[in-house]
Ligand binder design. Structure first.
Ligand code: DGT
Ligand code: CA
Ligand code: CA
Ligand code: ZN
Length: 575
């Protein structure tokens, strides 16, 4: 049983509980399932192994797993089913996976859709909207019905592509396995994974080995393979159980560099390289660079680029967006490196909606290799996330300063908050209180549907607030699920520059907000950025990788990213 299956069962339980049950604690119970789902999905170790070794006691040691949930997990691991979940599912024959993805539809709305209009899936919903049936429901209007169309469209466009964070751990596991097959010289996940795109169409493995048959046999027999879609002398193509396809290409060692370049893409980038090759009288393909019949390069990527008169270009930049010209001029930027972050400036504790104590979050960050974090619990107007009142914020800051004394010089916790931006751009906590904190982040969590001018003014007002150091997840998008609110990003970037307000790259893989394109705009305009995990549990620090990737895709260098600085230098650089 895979962790993602267990996590999905927990998420479905949460969703159906919220949908079907009426008691006043239902939200609370549903959240417990969601939290368990989140932690299990990001666990390194397999839940089946934990259970095999330590039984229920092992399960109970998993964060956010209590007795009731542990016994459901046990039931699932033993029999592949949870009776309670089956009962809930039997009551409403709805395709939760499809409907859950659409923004603005919660469990209760889905239930109402089913009860009133017998909507069971996306096609039913689209039909009802087309026929004008939604606006007959209580609480619906013509305008809301129109909004639904847009959301359904948005959702359909994203379908078929998986969010990188959902596949990355599996991709790396398989990559490692391939590297360890006897006779394999090199194995890498290329394609959009190597370019670290926010969503992935399929996985592309490239292996250098002299015995392709052995590699292909191994590949198609992996336990994750659900179906073999195709097999050749040096290629295989399979469907994995998690619903994503994986390509495999095996090449001889001397072609490694050319094949890696080809298979990494992007297609548009490679097309340009081929043109350059032709202009020099060469031919470039996945086996090498050829002059007539003679191979003149191809063993390494560096060699391929060099032979074309280019500097090596990092995979994250290979989108044919101007990087080739930089390569020609020897001006490829030295991108911010993985592992170069010293701190994390958006971290939640159990005092709002996190699942660990401040101290646990600090120890987790230290173990991850960071030197400091800012504790950014939500503030009072965000009731659902347990937002803190003024007094609680100040008490928390006191507690943090005591903790810092205990941690001595080994680690530093900064007092902070994720302050809620109100509809008019004001904050829900006065500046007199905020000024007692080390650092202040502000974010929008409501009124997503304002017109673009109003929404931009709202953010600008927050940026101009002298207490606000950082705007968190500036566009509010959720990849494949929610387009985010409308904002004039160029204008916001200008104001950020003028006011020395930092913009965040929220590294949570659902968000990656700012996205690559906006990172590049910010960088070009000299706006400073930070990369934060938005951790609600210590295992979430691993999300930082996706934030750094996004920064690299936006051509950011180390000095663009303020949390590559030590804490004292960072604090000096803020407004
Ligand atoms: P994806 O899978 O949609 O997330 O995006 P990619 O970039 O991984 O695309 P994929 O899997 O179709 O192909 C992997 C790489 O193989 C791609 O980045 C470049 C190369 N490739 C695929 N088709 C072509 C092609 O028609 N021409 C050239 N030059 N390269 C191609
Ligand atoms: Ca691919
Ligand atoms: Ca592919
Ligand atoms: Zn947040």
């Amino acid at each position: 049983m895979k962790n993602s299956d267990v996590a999905k069962a927990m998420r479905d339980l949460g969703f159906l509980t919220e949908m079907m049950e009426e008691d006043p604690n239902v939200q609370f119970r549903a959240r417990a399932y969601y939290r368990a789902a989140d932690t299990i999905a990001s666990l390194q170790e397999n839940v089946t192994d934990i259970y095999g070794r330590q039984g229920v006691n092992g399960l109970l040691e998993i964060p956010a797993v209590g007795k009731a949930i542990a016994s459901k997990i046990e039931e699932y691991l033993k029999g592949g089913k949870i009776q309670h979940l089956e009962e809930l599912k039997a009551k409403v024959p709805i395709d939760i996976d499809e409907l859950y993805g659409i923004e603005g539809i919660g469990p209760k709305t889905i239930k109402m859709f089913y009860d009133k209009l017998q909507i069971k899936n996306l096609a039913d919903l689209e039909k009802a909207a087309t026929e004008g049936k939604l606006k007959t429901l209580q609480g619906f209007t013509e305008k809301k019905e129109q909004d639904f169309f847009k959301r359904i469209e948005f959702f359909k466009r994203g379908k078929g592509r998986l969010i990188i964070g959902e596949v990355y751990p599996l991709v790396k596991q398989i990559e490692k396995r391939l590297q360890h097959i006897a006779g394999v010289k090199n194995a890498v996940a290329a394609g959009s994974i190597r370019r670290m795109k926010e969503t992935i169409g399929d996985i592309d493995y490239l292996v250098a080995a002299n015995d392709p048959k052995r590699v292909i046999d191994f590949f198609v027999k992996m336990p994750e393979v659900q179906e073999i879609l195709g097999m050749g002398q040096a290629k295989a193509f399979v469907k994995l159980a998690s619903g994503i396809d994986a390509d495999l290409l095996v090449v001889p060692e001397e072609s490694w560099g050319a094949a890696l370049q080809y298979f990494t893409g992007s297609k548009e980038h490679s097309v340009q390289l081929r043109k350059i090759a032709i202009s020099k009288g060469f031919r470039l393909n996945e086996w090498g660079i050829f002059k007539g019949d003679k191979r003149i390069a191809g063993a390494t990527e560096e060699e391929v680029y060099k032979t074309l008169g280019l500097q090596w270009i990092p995979p994250e930049m290979r989108e044919n967006a101007g990087e080739i010209e930089l390569g020609r001029q020897d001006k490829v930027p030295k991108l911010v490196e993985y592992g170069s972050l010293k701190g994390d400036l958006q971290v939640h504790s159990e005092n709002s909606d996190g699942t660990a104590t401040i101290e646990e979050m600090a120890r987790g960050a230290k173990a991850f290799g960071l030197d400091y974090i800012a504790i950014t619990d939500h503030t009072k107007s965000l009731k659902l996330a347990g937002g803190l009142e003024e007094q609680e914020l100040l008490e928390q800051a006191d507690k943090i300063s005591q903790l810092n004394d205990r941690l001595r010089k080994e680690f530093r916790i900064l007092s902070s908050a994720e302050v809620n931006i109100m509809k008019d751009g004001s904050l829900d906590i006065p500046n007199t209180v905020l000024d007692k904190l080390d650092i202040v982040g502000a974010a929008i969590h409501s009124h997503f549907n304002l017109p673009i001018e109003t929404q931009t003014e709202r953010l600008i007002k927050a940026a101009k607030n002298p207490s606000v150091d950082i705007l968190f997840h500036p566009t509010g998008r959720l990849i494949n699920r929610r387009a985010g609110y409308l904002v004039d990003i160029e204008k916001l970037i200008d104001v950020a520059k003028d006011t020395n307000t930092v913009l965040e790259i929220d590294a949570h893989y659902d968000r990656l907000d700012l996205k690559d394109e906006y990172v590049r705009m910010a960088v070009r305009n000299g706006v400073k950025l930070v990369i934060d995990s938005d951790a609600h549990h210590p295992i979430h620090y691993s999300f930082l990788t996706f934030g750094i990737a996004q920064a690299r895709r936006g051509w950011a260098i180390q000095s663009d990213i303020l949390n590559t600085l030590p804490a004292d230098k960072l604090l000096n650089a803020l407004k």
